[in-house]
Write a protein that binds this ligand. Structure first.
Ligand SMILES: C[S@@+](CC[C@H](N)C(=O)[O-])C[C@H]1O[C@@H](n2cnc3c(N)ncnc32)[C@H](O)[C@@H]1O
Length: 311
């Protein structure tokens, strides 16, 4: 039975206009009950509605901002900013070393939520002044809050409401955290193909590693760090439906892109693995990226890795 995340079901927007659509609480509960998740239906039953049974959009927005604020604590604890910069620093060194595309460059965080990664990169200046930092999300409330936080912190980055692949200006590099497992079936390959078809030179998407310990680890982390039952529920479901290394490498292996996994399962201690990135570069960038990574380049493996090493 499909595992569903509550946060994916309680908001809806028209994909063309971006306009918010009404969501009926009974319909969300029915989907969750049909998937066998009675506990999730109980959580949704506590959310307020109007007299027609439509979820209160303001209450939903407040709840999602609260849950994502709690989620940010996990990103801080797992040092996602540092780990992203550890790969993106060498990646931009590799891009600068090729003469094909002079700066400035643009990093686009797809599904940035509250924009933790973009704000971290802006506050540390880790990538240099020639990299413009942009966070994009389909959820107006989350991306609005990201912009508010960036202004309060006086940061040099910007946040845009909309589809990351419909921006008027092209990205040089696409990144994301905790987004890949939301794309199921053919949508996962379509996600990578959209980037390959764009002028972007590379992507770097972090998502939950599928070790046998991941669901247990997610339960412990979300229990300890998150207060709202929705956040705890969705955190554990995310770990259960995360894509394994082989699925990600296969989906990212699209024409015009060299797909690589950094620190795949098997190369690292399963107790420590939490999120790991799938990286895609234009083929001419692989050698300069490996050079810029130095010894760490050994942790970057491609789809040709012998079976058993990349699961
Ligand atoms: C689980 S949240 C991750 C938020 C954030 N990256 C974090 O780590 O806290 C996934 C987000 O991706 C957004 N999203 C999915 N596809 C998108 C797209 N094509 N463009 C912009 N946002 C997208 C959704 O609106 C949702 O807010």
């Amino acid at each position: 039975m499909p595992q569903l995340e509550i946060s994916d079901l309680i908001t809806a927007v028209d994909p063309h206009s971006g306009r918010r659509l009404p969501v009926r609480r009974a319909e969300v509960m029915r989907q969750l009950l049909d998937s066998g998740d009675d506990r999730a239906a109980e959580i949704v039953a506590t959310l307020p509605t109007d007299q027609d049974g439509v979820l209160d959009p303001d209450a939903v927005d407040r709840l999602l901002i609260r849950v994502h604020t709690e989620l940010q604590r996990l990103s801080e604890e797992l040092r996602i900013g540092e780990r992203m910069a550890g790969l993106l620093g060498p990646l931009f060194t590799a891009i600068r070393s090729t003469v094909r595309q002079p700066g400035p460059y643009r990093l686009v965080d797809v599904g940035c939520g509250l924009g933790y990664v973009v704000r971290w990169l802006a506050s540390t200046g880790a990538l240099g002044v020639d990299v413009e930092l942009v966070g994009v999300d389909l959820d107006a409330a989350l991306v609005g809050e990201a912009g508010r936080l960036a202004r309060a912190e006086g940061l040099g980055c910007r946040f845009v409401h909309g589809n990351a692949f419909d921006l008027p200006e092209a990205a040089t590099v696409y990144v994301s955290t905790g987004v890949l497992h939301h794309f199921r079936g053919p949508d996962l390959a379509a996600f990578f193909r959209a980037q390959a078809a764009s002028p972007a030179l590379a992507f770097c998407h972090f998502d939950i590693a599928t070790t046998r310990l991941a669901p247990l680890g997610a339960w412990v982390f979300h229990r300890a760090r998150m207060r709202h039952p929705l956040g705890r529920h969705d955190g554990v479901v995310s770990a259960r439906r995360a894509h394994n290394d082989r699925t990600l490498l296969h989906a990212a292996d699209v024409p015009g892109i060299r797909a690589l996994l950094y620190e795949p399962r098997g190369s690292v201690n399963p107790f420590c693995t939490t999120l790991r990135p799938v990286v895609g570069v234009r083929p001419h960038l692989e050698a300069p990226l490996r050079l810029a990574l130095g010894r760490a380049a050994r942790r970057l493996v491609g789809p040709e890795q012998p079976a058993g090493d990349v699961r």
